[in-house]
Design a protein around this ligand. Structure first.
Ligand code: NDP
Length: 401
């Protein structure tokens, strides 16, 4: 049974659904449901036009567990792919448990009223999924997702031990807008304005947001400023790579983006606590999201490439070794194929691959899993086959910072 129910109809979902429909050998019936059905219908029309495939659409508020259960019981999928927002992770996991289906997502749970994202809430479902004989796969996007599988692949094939891991996320694309985010603006800005945190010698070290900058020359993109940030896969990789001494996450930002962000922060537009406006409570960041460009509309104008990957140092056969592994994705090529830019593409394709591996039983288990806990090889092969080819090479020396 390869029927799938996808929740959420943003850029990431659009890519995943296009790729699922493009691969009828991997997926059975595809049903797409979201808060507003017209968004699902627009994706369905694009899928029909591009690949001649039909998908079903539906409306659902995924915060409503009973409504989700009713939808799952009607559609009867083997797997629910959650590509809505992190806020919906727990209600959708609850619905999967009640209805007895497997679960996959791309981002970990975050409470709405606190810019705090961590796996504890979802790891707490371990026993319930195990007892139900179900699998929940967490973080099947690019980062987390591919970068986590890259680490597992390096550990399996290139290094006996990993001492340090740096994840480098570069978007060298230009969308031609004054200020826009490449995925959901609310989630994106909450993530970037949170304090940076990295793991070193068993401890979490916190530094002010965007206060540590380094320069890196990204293959096929060029030299960019990148900033130390906290990212959720650090938490699971610190747990699942035994003996690791340091893990850091870096993301590139242009000067103009940071200038706008600074102003928006200083005037209070990124606040997530309610303020009264004309007698109505509004959350400034949610209002800001409403006036910013929709990430799913950026594809038309975005040019350039993303380069996301890992650098791991460790030992092989007793000798020190540093390995670089990365993918380069072209915004215009991603748009040509799916109607979406590369940030949505690099997340939607791994979601499709994770779903395919669960549906055909290559990746199976009972309980809650992070990506690095599973065999990386079939996933790495599928990245090459489905539009996200990767390169791996040994570096002469480790990073000097
Ligand atoms: P979008 O905001 O474009 O899309 C989210 C979709 O979820 C929208 O269609 C929205 O509906 C829908 N939605 C929101 N609330 C509900 C609800 N209560 N019930 C049903 N549907 C709902 O986001 P993206 O496509 O950019 O991102 C999707 C997910 O992917 C996010 O969780 C994001 O954090 C994650 N992500 C992960 C990455 C990774 O590498 N791991 C990278 C980038 C993103 P509506 O259209 O009506 O607003």
């Amino acid at each position: 049974m390869k029927d799938v129910l996808v929740i959420g109809a943003g850029g990431v979902s659009s890519v995943a659904v296009h790729k699922m429909a493009k691969n009828p050998d991997l997926f059975g019936k595809i049903t797409l449901a979201s808060r507003r059905q017209f968004k699902c219908d627009a994706i369905a029309a694009s899928v029909k036009q591009r690949f001649g495939a039909d998908i079903d659409t539906a409306q659902v508020d995924a915060d409503d567990v009973d409504a989700m259960v009713r939808l799952i019981e009607k559609v009867k999928p083997a797997l629910v792919v959650n590509l809505a927002l992190p806020y919906q992770d727990l209600p959708i996991m609850d619905a999967c448990l009640k209805a007895g289906v497997h679960y996959l997502d791309t981002a970990n749970y975050e409470p709405r009223d606190e810019a705090k994202f961590e796996y504890s809430w979802q790891w707490a479902y371990q026993e319930r999924f195990k007892e139900a004989g179900l699998m929940a796969l967490l973080g099947s996007g690019f980062d987390p997702g591919v970068t986590s599988v890259f680490a597992a692949y390096l550990k399996k094939h290139h290094l006996d031990t990993i001492d340090t891991l740096d994840i480098l996320d570069c978007n060298g694309g230009d969308h031609g807008q004054h200020f826009a985010t490449n995925f959901n603006p609310e989630i994106n800005i909450r993530e970037i304005t949170a304090p940076a945190r990295h793991y070193e010698n068993g401890e979490w070290i916190e530094t002010p947001a965007l206060s540590t900058r380094q320069v890196y020359n990204f293959e096929e993109v060029g030299t960019k400023n990148m900033y130390l940030m906290y990212h959720e896969e650090l938490e699971s990789l610190a747990k699942h790579i035994p003996g690791i001494k340091r893990i850091r996450f870096w993301m590139t930002f242009g000067d103009q983006y940071l200038r706008y962000l600074d102003v928006l922060q200083n005037v209070g537009m990124t606040r997530i606590d309610p303020v009264m406006y004309n007698g109505v409570e509004i959350i400034p960041l949610q209002f800001l999201k409403a006036v910013l460009p929709e990430p799913s509309d950026l594809g038309q104008t975005t040019k350039g490439k993303t380069n996301i990957g890992d650098i791991a140092t460790g030992t092989k056969d007793g000798k020190a070794k540093t390995v670089r592994i990365y993918n380069v994705c072209d915004h215009e090529a991603a748009f040509e194929e799916t109607g979406n830019q590369a940030v949505s593409y690099t997340t939607g394709v791994p979601a499709m691959i994770g779903a395919a591996l669960m549906l055909n039983g290559t990746w199976k288990g009972e309980g809650v899993f992070n990506m690095e806990q599973l065999d990386p090889d079939p996933f790495m092969d599928m990245l090459n086959q489905h539009g996200l080819p990767w390169q791996v090479r040994e570096l002469a020396e480790p990073l000097r910072f």
